[in-house]
Design a protein around this ligand. Structure first.
Ligand code: APR
Length: 256
């Protein structure tokens, strides 16, 4: 089949959908210039292993190092704007108003583009919380209200004095319960899941397409590479999401 035929086939599946879910990963933000974990380690950070920076243990051992790395990533993500892939998902939501996006991304590019039902499985890069969650889980902290020596690592929690940390999920940590529960329910309820720009390597997010398929949903994947999801996808659309998603939406709208 040509790639055009595959796009038509995917559009046909989506057209019949009554309950559409989308799972996104780092790939959907790539064309916005947001580096993945691995890409983020350039310049000063090249000597570090991301899997060792993004852990509670690393933060406990060297809070300034981990905090500075997140501040650096925040700087990069702060400059980014949505790409045509994000905007295509907004068009899709207009056609399927109950559509949900389950994302592993900690940026807010889906929100910036205009999608409204978004479940963040791995937290929010721009937000902060008390590392001890001293006022409940989570204990959000607005660091713009704090004064501290920014050259000297993270600020202290105004309630308990422990460090403030980014509100993201580190390796080895539980996902936010509410987000995970909602994601599982929506995965099991959907009849089509569009899986965009994820390697499918990191669970439990990577289990969502499996839950969907086990409940009878069709899986459509958009990714330039072969992934764990490719093995189970009903239709695999090869290519960057900034190019493929607009074509998919166009094909869908053509017969609207
Ligand atoms: N369009 C679509 N997909 C792309 C593009 C693109 N332009 N460029 C790269 N990709 C694909 C890659 O082929 C890869 O399969 O995006 C995927 C990115 O995979 P990962 O970097 O593993 O990202 P993700 O699946 O989101 O990782 C899950 O792991 O790094 C941790 O917590 C972090 O949320 C992240 C989690």
């Amino acid at each position: 089949m040509t790639s055009d035929d595959l796009i038509q086939e995917a559009a046909e599946i989506i057209r019949k959908s009554k309950n559409l879910a989308v799972l996104t990963g780092a790939g959907v933000s790539k064309e916005s210039g947001v580096p993945t974990f691995r890409d983020a380690l350039d310049g000063l950070w090249v000597q570090y292993d991301p899997a060792q920076l993004a852990t509670r243990q690393a933060f406990q051992e060297n809070p300034k190092l981990v905090w500075d790395w997140y501040q650096y990533r925040r700087g990069m993500v702060g400059e980014a704007t949505p790409n045509p892939g994000h905007y295509a998902l907004v068009v899709l939501e207009k056609r399927f108003p109950d559509m949900v996006i389950i994302t592993q991304n900690v940026d807010d590019l889906h929100e910036q583009a205009g999608n409204t039902h978004i479940i963040h499985l791995h937290g929010n890069l721009a937000a902060n919380k008390c590392v001890a969650n001293c006022q409940g889980t989570p204990t959000p902290i607005d660091i713009t209200q704090l004064e501290w020596d920014e050259d000297n690592g993270p600020p202290s929690c105004p309630y308990c004095g422990e460090h403030v940390r980014p509100d993201v999920v580190w390796f080895g940590e539980m996902l936010p319960t509410d987000a995970l529960e909602k994601a599982i329910v929506r995965s099991e309820q959907c009849d089509v899941m569009l899986v965009v720009g994820t390697s499918g390597l990191v669970t439990p997010a990577a289990n969502m397409p499996r839950y969907a398929q086990q409940s009878g949903a069709k899986i459509i994947e958009v990714n330039p590479d072969y992934t764990m999801i490719s093995q189970i996808a009903d239709v695999k659309l090869d290519g960057p999401s900034g190019q493929v998603l607009p074509k998919l939406v166009e094909a869908l709208e053509a017969d609207a």
